[in-house]
Design a protein around this ligand. Structure first.
Ligand code: NDP
Ligand SMILES: O=C1O[C@H](COP(=O)(O)O)[C@@H](O)[C@H](O)[C@H]1O
Length: 504
C-alpha cells in the first residue's frame, strides 16, 4: 500500500456496534489484515451500549459484517479467528464518566500485554451530536494525552454550517492538535480520486492543456440509485448540499483544479487545495437562484422496481423540503480557471450509480473537417471513479475506408474491468493512513472552513425561498432545470449511454 508500515497502536471505535462500523470499518480492517497490512500489535476496542460478551459480539456483529461487506469474505475460514482475537468489545455509555475510567484501565492493560507503545487512535463513529462530548470526556478522564502518540478520527458531517463546524473544531482542538485530527472524507480514499494528481502531474500530455486556454468546462457527477435507506433521520436535516456537495464534490473540485504542489508532503498538497476553495466565486442570492438547482424525488422506478417518494422514507418529515438532488455551476477565480464553468451534480434515486469527472476540451475551428465529414465531437478526458475505475480520452479519428469520414474513438484504460482486480475500499486506505500517521487524504480545518463559506450562502438563499417539491421522479436525472443549467450555456450533461459503448 505505502512505503511506511503502520505503527502498533490501540484503535478505539466509539460506535463499534453501529452501521458504519459494520459496513465499512470492520471489513476494511479485515481486508488489511488478510493482506498483511495491519501492525502486528494492533488491538481494536469496539465501544457500544449493548450487552454483548466477547463471543456474542464476534458472532452477532463481527462475523456477519465481514460475511456481508468484506471483499475478502472468501478468506474468512482461514483468517476470521486470528483477526477476531484482536477485537475486544467494551460496553459503556459514552455519557458515563466512570465508563471512561474503566476504559482507561482496559487500554493500559492491553497496552502492556500487546506492546502498543502507548499509541492510541480514537475513532468517533457515533452520531455527530456526540463528537464534542466524547472528546471532552477523553480529556477530562485522562485517556488523552496518550503515553505515545494520539490521533482522533472524526466522521462526517463536520458541522451543519460554518458556526457549528467552528464550534466542533474548537472542542476537538481542546484535546488534540490539528495534526492529530483526521477528518474523514471517504472520497479521498477512493482509488481513482488518488489517481487524479498522478494523471495530471505525471503526464506530459495533460498538464500543458489543463487550463482555461484549452478546457471548455468540467462536469462532476456523483449519482446514486439508492434512496436514504436507514439514514433518513440524519439526511432529512442535512440534504444533498451538506451531505455531498460541501465535502465530497468540493474535494473533487480541489483535486482537478489545484496548482501543482511544491512537493507531495501533506501540507503542501493541502495548501494548494485550500487555495482552490478560497478562489471559488461566492454566490449571492441571485446567483444561487440562477446557478444552483435543487430537487427532491417523488415516487418512480429504479431498475424496474417502484420506489416510494422521499417524503415517505423512514424518519423523513411528510412535508420535508430537504433536497435529494443538487446541480450547480461554479467558477474558480484564478488565472488557470477564469471563465471555465465547473458543473457539479449529485443526487439520490437517479438512474445509475456512477461517479465521474469529465473535462471537455475546447473545439477546434471547423476549417478542415466540417459537417460533410461527420460531426466533430469535442475531446473529452473522462475519469471514472465508480463503479468502473479508469480513465479514457475521446478523440476524433478517420473511419476505416477510403473517405475522410470522422468518428469518435476512445483510448480507454479500465482498471477494474479485468477479472481478478479487486481494488481496496476507500476505508482501507484511510485507516491504513491513520495508523501510519499520514493525514494527506483527510481534510484540514481551513479546507472545511472554506467549503462551508461557499455552501452557507446557498443554504441561506434556499431558506428564503421554499421549494416546490417533489420535482423529479425517482429514476430521472433530477428536475428539468438541471438540464437547462447547461443547455442555456450551449452544453449538455454527458450521459452514461453516450459515453460508454458496449464493451467487447
Ligand atoms: N452509516 C454510514 O453509512 C455512514 C455514517 N457516517 C457517520 O458515522 C457516524 C455513525 O453512523 P452510523 O454507524 O450510521 O450510526 P448508528 O446509529 O448505526 O450507530 C450508532 C453507534 O453509536 C453508539 N451509541 C449511540 N449512543 C451511545 C451512547 N450513549 N453510548 C455508547 N454508544 C452509543 C451505538 O451503540 P449501541 O448500538 O450499542 O446503542 C452505535 O454503535 C455518524 O456520525 C454518521 O454521520 C458517515 C458516513 C456514512
Ligand atoms: O458520504 C456519503 O456518501 C455516500 C455515497 O458514497 P459512495 O462511496 O457510495 O459514493 C452517500 O450515500 C451518503 O449519503 C453520504 O453521507
Amino acid at each position: 500500500m505505502g512505503l511506511e508500515r503502520p505503527y502498533n497502536c490501540l484503535l478505539v471505535i466509539f460506535g463499534g456496534t453501529g452501521d458504519l462500523a459494520r459496513r465499512k470499518l470492520y471489513p476494511a480492517l479485515f481486508n488489511l489484515f488478510v493482506d498483511g497490512f495491519l501492525p502486528p500489535a494492533l488491538r481494536v476496542i469496539a465501544v457500544g451500549r449493548r450487552n454483548f460478551t466477547q463471543d456474542s459480539f464476534r458472532q452477532e456483529i463481527l462475523l456477519p459484517s465481514l460475511q456481508t461487506f468484506s471483499r475478502r469474505a472468501s478468506d474468512l475460514d482461514a483468517h476470521f479467528e486470528p483477526f477476531a482475537t484482536r477485537l475486544h468489545y467494551f460496553r459503556t455509555d459514552i455519557y458515563d464518566p466512570e465508563g471512561y475510567t474503566r476504559l482507561g484501565r482496559f487500554l493500559v492493560e492491553l497496552e502492556e500485554a500487546a506492546d502498543c507503545q502507548g499509541n492510541r487512535i480514537f475513532y468517533l463513529a457515533v452520531a455527530p451530536d456526540h463528537f464534542g462530548p466524547v472528546v471532552r470526556s477523553l480529556k477530562e478522564t485522562g485517556l488523552v494525552p496518550a503515553r505515545g502518540w494520539q490521533r482522533v478520527v472524526i466522521e462526517k458531517p463536520f458541522g451543519h454550517d460554518l458556526p457549528s463546524a467552528a464550534e466542533l473544531n474548537r472542542q476537538l482542538r481542546a484535546a488534540f492538535s490539528e495534526v492529530e485530527i483526521y477528518r474523514i472524507d471517504h472520497y479521498l480514499g477512493k482509488e481513482m480520486i488518488q489517481n487524479i494528481m498522478v494523471i495530471r502531474f505525471a503526464n506530459t500530455f495533460f498538464e500543458p492543456v489543463w487550463n482555461n486556454k484549452y478546457i471548455d468546462h468540467v462536469q462532476i457527477t456523483s449519482a446514486e440509485t439508492v434512496g436514504v435507506e436507514d439514514r433518513g433521520g440524519y439526511y432529512d436535516r442535512a440534504g444533498a448540499l451538506r451531505d455531498m456537495v460541501q465535502n465530497h464534490l468540493l474535494q473533487l473540485v480541489t483535486l482537478v483544479a489545484m496548482e501543482p504542489p511544491a512537493s507531495l508532503a501533506t501540507e503542501a498538497v493541502r495548501d494548494e487545495k485550500v487555495k482552490v476553495l478560497r478562489s471559488l466565486r461566492p454566490l449571492d442570492a441571485a446567483a444561487v437562484n440562477r446557478n444552483v438547482i435543487r430537487g427532491q424525488y417523488g415516487a418512480g422506478e429504479i431498475d424496474r422496481q417502484t420506489v416510494p417518494p422521499y417524503r415517505r422514507e423512514k424518519e423523513v418529515a411528510p412535508d420535508s423540503t430537504t433536497e435529494t438532488f443538487v446541480a450547480l455551476k461554479l467558477f474558480i477565480e484564478n488565472f488557470r480557471w477564469a471563465g471555465v464553468p465547473f458543473y457539479l451534480r449529485t443526487g439520490k434515486r437517479l438512474p445509475v450509480k456512477v461517479t465521474e469527472i469529465i473535462l471537455q476540451f475546447k473545439s477546434l475551428p471547423d476549417i478542415l473537417y466540417f459537417k460533410e465529414y461527420g460531426e466533430l465531437r469535442p475531446n473529452l478526458l473522462v475519469i471514472r471513479v465508480q463503479p468502473l475505475e479508469g480513465v479514457y480520452v475521446q478523440l476524433n479519428a478517420k473511419r476505416p475506408g477510403n473517405n475522410n469520414y470522422i468518428v469518435p474513438i476512445r483510448l480507454d484504460f479500465c482498471q477494474n474491468c479485468e477479472v481478478g482486480v479487486n481494488s481496496p475500499e476507500a476505508y482501507e486506505r484511510l485507516l491504513y493512513d491513520v495508523m501510519r500517521g499520514d493525514p494527506t487524504l483527510f481534510t484540514r480545518w481551513d479546507e472545511v472552513e472554506a467549503a462551508w463559506q461557499f455552501v452557507d450562502p446557498i443554504a441561506a438563499a434556499w431558506m428564503a425561498r421554499p421549494p416546490l417539491f417533489p420535482n423529479y421522479a425517482a429514476g430521472q436525472w433530477g428536475p428539468p432545470a438541471a438540464q437547462e443549467l447547461l443547455i442555456r450555456d450551449g452544453r449538455h450533461w454527458w450521459q452514461e449511454d453516450e459515453l460508454l459503448p458496449e464493451r467487447g
